[in-house]
Design a protein around this ligand. Structure first.
Ligand code: ADP
Ligand code: SF4
Length: 685
């Protein structure tokens, strides 16, 4: 075997019922904002995982019937035979790369509002839908249950026709009917589908048996089951009813795919769950109860942890959603002994946010994610250089680092200049804040790569001026000089500077990152940015013992983080840290004694006394160097402004911008200017 024999056990084939996975790397079902809406993009993205060595590659949720309509979210569909060809694209593409294809059949019960189909919403008992939507679900009667079982069976048949090897019954994330029937919080029935655990689990037994009957001759039947609701005694617990369910069905499925519920617990961010492998204590009993193969997840990125989990008999398969998104070639890199080259997931959930927005998946660490089909990007391959020889990249934040790394991969002589002592820019800076330590991996991965390359020169403490740049005499210049936080109050709510008394200490996020602390308390954090950094700083200062008052024009703390499944945790954490929270408040002025506020709805005024104000509003682009170079007499072959210096955004946006600039360098300028990519246009037949 090539590469690292130490990990050879991870590359053993494993039998799953009637099929055999080529190795132990299992991409579990994960959403991607592509679904039935973008089938070609979906097939190419999944195929990339197979190419990178994942032995099993799964779809996201796949709706089995119009009464499980997740619109406007873009998930998979197998409502009838018309949906088969789109999924065939995926199974063919995955098979062509030597992996098995799995499909997660789902009926979402009251988690689907059926906004497109307007079908009745179904649940074990009468209840509201799981969205702020003005419709309730109705309790299923016996004939509804019979119909549901028939739909599931028919969808399994269609899945087999579409070429899937592994077909799921899904009871997880609080998102599916079988899970709803199982959990007393959803099920108050008094018939044979309610009451005792055996009754609540009856539907699962029926689905498992019927799926086996329908497709089990050639397809494996997987059961995805959340063993713990993470609600303590108020919910299902792994070592209580969770274990009882595994004991009840131990040998019925061909594979156990076990995790914790709800989605925010399963896909916990590093901010709130810093430990990779955090789900293991919940699922480690499963293999003692069943002889069938077990797959588990929980940000499993370390090959040594993977090895240990398999050797200790905790799992048979290394499950991954996010680690496979951050690095589709993770298995191949382990096989080749290139472990240092793995792009480790940072647990930021930007991938999750795109699904929640119904747009194609993106990833902070892997800028090619979601671009496999529409732009033809490959995570490990990039076109060799053209006729130009040299490139200068100014600024070693996420944009500059990614740009320099990709240019170096293309074969240019790359000079990377950074003003500070250490490379990393905002990634390094933000990683010093409470809960964000893992984000440093974005810089570490790229710095390591650059250090290995003979065609890269990195200069730290090199704050380049326009004169310096001209003296370097490099014809291709990429300016990634970043942005800094404003100090004048201009932001989302106010496009004019605020009135600020000279005697009040005003801080910005950059000051806190640089180690400056409030001199007088309490400190008001005014979060007009409303993304994530305001909430992080509130935690950071409160944890350091400061009395914090958090003020925002939004109606909740860090509203954007609902998309990363963190908002409730953030607000809870602030409350527990004793932070005073004022929502729906705009900052009108800062006096020597405190803040003058106005209610965002009524304008009603309020004064808050404080000793320091931390303004989290907007960022100012550092484009001066670029502007000077552009206005000067020297004509560069390429002069491009990228990342936060061009448009402040997420770290993911900066990495993407750096990657795009490196890919576009020496491309046809007209093609670049058009900024078009392949689109899946609706057929008018
Ligand atoms: P981005 O997110 O776009 O990568 P960052 O703010 O994270 O932006 O990084 C910008 C980096 O550029 C910072 O590390 C900063 O120190 C560096 N920088 C800014 N101006 C210069 C300059 N004139 N010369 C060299 N480095 C610079
Ligand atoms: Fe991991 Fe963040 Fe990428 Fe998602 S977006 S896979 S959490 S690095």
């Amino acid at each position: 075997m090539s590469g690292n024999a130490k990990y050879s056990i991870l590359f053993e084939p494993v039998k799953i019922g009637p099929v055999t996975a080529p190795n132990r790397f299992y991409q579990v079902p994960h959403c991607c904002g592509m679904g039935h809406v973008r089938p070609q993009a979906h097939a190419a993205m999944r195929a990339m995982k197979a190419e990178g060595g994942w032995g099993v590659v799964s779809t996201e949720e796949c709706e089995i019937h119009p009464s499980s309509d997740l619109s406007p979210y873009a998930e998979q569909r197998l409502w009838d035979e018309h949906d088969i060809p789109a999924l065939r694209l995926m199974t063919d593409a995955v098979h062509a790369k030597g992996a098995l294809a799995a499909v997660e059949l789902v009926h979402n019960g009251n988690h689907a509002a059926n906004m497109l189909t307007r079908a009745p919403i179904l649940a074990p008992s009468d209840m509201s839908v799981d969205f702020a939507y003005p419709k309730q679900a109705r309790a299923m009667d016996k004939s509804d249950i019979r119909e549901f079982r028939r739909w599931h069976r028919a969808a399994a048949r269609r899945a087999k026709q579409a070429g899937f090897d592994v077909i799921y019954v899904y009871a997880g994330h609080h998102m599916s009917l079988p899970h709803h029937f199982l959990l007393p919080q959803f099920n108050d029935r008094s018939d044979e589908y309610g009451g005792s655990l055996e009754n609540r689990a009856r539907l699962i037994r029926e689905l498992l048996e019927e799926t086996h009957e329908e497709v089990g001759d050639t397809c494996a039947v997987a059961f995805r089951f959340a063993v713990d609701e993470m609600q303590g005694i108020d919910g299902m617990q792994a070592h209580e009813e969770g274990r009882a369910v595994v004991e009840m069905f131990a040998e019925i499925p061909d594979l156990w795919d076990v995790n914790v519920s709800d989605w925010s617990n399963d896909s916990a961010t590093t901010r709130f769950q810093p430990n990779d492998g955090y789900q293991i204590p919940y699922i480690d009993f499963v293999k003692q109860v069943t002889t069938k193969p077990v797959v588990a997840v929980g940000r499993l990125t370390s090959p040594d942890m993977m090895l240990s989990l398999v050797k200790r008999g905790v799992v048979d398969f290394i499950g991954a959603a996010r680690p496979s998104i951050a690095d589709p070639f993770l298995p191949q890199k382990i096989k080749d002994g290139c472990i240092d080259e793995i792009r480790e997931c940072i647990g930021c959930n930007i991938c999750v946010s795109s699904d929640n927005l119904g747009v194609p998946i993106r990833c902070t660490q892997n800028p090619t994610m979601g671009e496999e089909w529409r732009r033809g990007w490959h995570p490990e391959k990039i076109a060799p250089k053209g006729s130009q020889e040299q490139a200068l990249v100014i600024g070693a934040g996420p944009a500059g680092l990614e740009c320099a790394m990709q240019l170096a991969k293309r074969g240019y002589q790359v000079t990377l200049a950074e003003a500070r002592k250490e490379a990393g820019g905002r990634v390094l800076a933000e990683s010093h804040l409470h809960g964000l330590g893992a984000w440093k991996r974005v810089a570490d991965h790229r710095i390591y790569d650059l250090q290995q390359r003979a065609n890269v020169q990195m200069f730290m403490q090199s704050n380049l001026t326009a004169k310096d740049v001209l003296e370097l005499d490099i014809p291709n210049v990429f300016v990634a000089t970043g942005a800094s936080w404003r100090r004048d109050g201009i932001g989302r709510s106010s496009h004019k500077p605020l009135k600020i008394a000279d005697s009040m200490q005003i801080l910005t996020p950059d000051d806190i990152i640089a180690g400056k602390m409030p001199e007088n308390g309490p400190v008001v954090i005014y979060d007009d940015d409303q993304i994530y950094i305001g909430g992080v700083l509130a935690e950071h200062l409160a944890a350091a013992g400061h009395k914090v008052i958090f003020m925002t024009p939004a109606s909740m703390v860090s509203p954007w983080t609902e998309l990363t499944l963190e908002q409730k945790r953030i607000q809870k954490s602030l409350i527990e840290l004793g932070v005073t929270i004022h929502t729906n408040q705009e900052l009108a002025a800062i006096t020597s004694a405190g803040c003058k506020l106005a209610c965002t709805y009524s304008g009603q005024a309020q004064d808050i006394q404080c000793g320091t104000v931390l303004l989290v509003t907007e960022r100012i682009r550092h484009s001066a160097l670029y502007d000077t170079l552009k206005a000067g007499k020297t004509a560069f072959n390429t002069l491009e402004l990228i990342g936060d210096a061009a448009a402040p955004g997420l770290i993911a946006d900066a990495v993407y911008a750096g990657h795009m600039a490196a890919r576009n360098f020496e491309e046809d300028p007209q093609k670049v200017a058009q900024q078009l990519f392949k689109r899946e246009v609706v057929s008018l037949q």
